[in-house]
Design a protein around this ligand. Structure first.
Ligand SMILES: Nc1nc2c(c(=O)[nH]1)N[C@H]1C(S)=C(S)[C@@H](COP(=O)(O)O)O[C@H]1N2
Ligand SMILES: [Mo]
Length: 303
């Protein structure tokens, strides 16, 4: 939690300035003048929001990553202990080219893009995060999904020597998540490898982390070591723990409250202690892209 209403410091400004500078160059705008900083942010692509991103500090100091503890500041404090090189991902199940791929092999040929997405945690806070990453569908097409596959399951690393939270049985480790195959193949679904143009910080799920911007943040599983194609809905961590509170779908929905709090509005992290909550949007504002995936489904039942 921020201790005081927001005031801009150099620590806040510098990463954003780097980021704007790089974007200006990418857009062919040439050298950055102060005028460029004063202009409102332009959407980086069809899928990006033009809302102002949170500061690098907000995004990397206020986290949920229970492998490193329960407090929002634990990941920033303890995730440094995680070794992310070498890293490999086991891809198995209903797939043409199963195997254990090292990071370079896995990423070969996949285009890294910038996507500025809203992140809405089920706890009713939100951020805007400029991710770098590749579309999950690119990876799935590369390894070849068999026609029988209907779901994709993901697992986080289990390495209690480096992940101090795993030395307690707070959650049933490893952290697990899953998507329906059509959700996984949606162009919005990203595997993030960086943010603000920098290598993904450990506390944000280095080196590979799922981002599903129309779903509550807990679906966006961090530090992935296994991806399994399956024809069964896979078990997922929060759903196993508290099935009445956390569903498999976990689509952001202001009309379906959590049993213990409203989901109609959210607190934008960094907006200051006295800022008003803002309304939560259906599918976190991505309805045009994803509502069709759920046509005919009762979203109060399949929450
Ligand atoms: N492995 C793992 N992935 C995880 C979590 C976790 O505890 N462990 N927390 C989730 C939750 S609840 C949220 S809101 C987001 C937070 O991502 P951020 O810390 O990068 O903002 O990560 C998700 N991914
Ligand atoms: Mo969350």
């Amino acid at each position: 939690m921020r201790r005081q209403p927001r005031s801009l410091t150099w620590a806040d400004v510098t990463p954003e300035a780097d980021f704007l500078n790089r974007r200006a160059l990418l857009a062919g705008a040439g050298a950055l003048g102060l005028a460029a900083l004063a202009r409102p942010l332009q959407a980086a692509g069809a899928y990006s929001t033009d809302e102002a991103p949170n500061s690098f500090e907000d995004i990397t100091q206020y986290n949920n990553f229970y492998e490193f503890g329960w407090d929002k500041t634990d990941p920033a404090r303890y995730a440094e202990a995680l070794t992310t090189d070498p890293w490999s991902v086991k891809i198995d199940g209903m797939v043409e080219r199963p195997g254990t791929y090292d990071l370079a092999e896995l990423m070969a040929g996949l285009a890294i893009e910038e996507r500025i997405y809203r992140l809405r945690c089920v706890e009713a806070w939100s951020m805007v995060i400029p991710w770098n990453g590749f579309e999950l569908r690119g990876l799935l097409n590369k390894v070849g999904v068999q026609p029988s596959a209907k779901y994709v399951a993901f697992e986080t690393l289990f390495r209690p020597e480096e992940m101090r939270g795993q030395r307690t049985s707070a959650l049933d480790w490893p952290y697990r998540e899953g998507l329906r195959l059509d959700e996984a193949m949606n162009p919005l679904t990203l595997i993030a490898t960086g943010l603000y143009g920098k290598t993904l910080p450990n506390q944000n799920g280095a080196p590979l982390r799922l981002v599903v911007p129309w779903k509550y943040g807990f679906k966006s599983i961090k530090s992935i070591v296994r991806i399994t194609l399956t024809d069964q809905e896979p078990p997922t961590t929060w759903n196993m723990l508290l099935p009445r509170e956390y569903g498999f779908y976990a689509n952001v929905n202001p009309e379906v409250d959590h049993p213990r709090w409203s989901q109609a509005s959210e607190r934008r992290v960094g907006s200051g202690l006295f800022a008003k909550k803002q309304p939560t949007l259906m599918f976190n504002g991505y309805a045009d892209e994803v509502a069709g995936l759920y046509s005919g489904m009762d979203l109060a039942k399949f929450y």
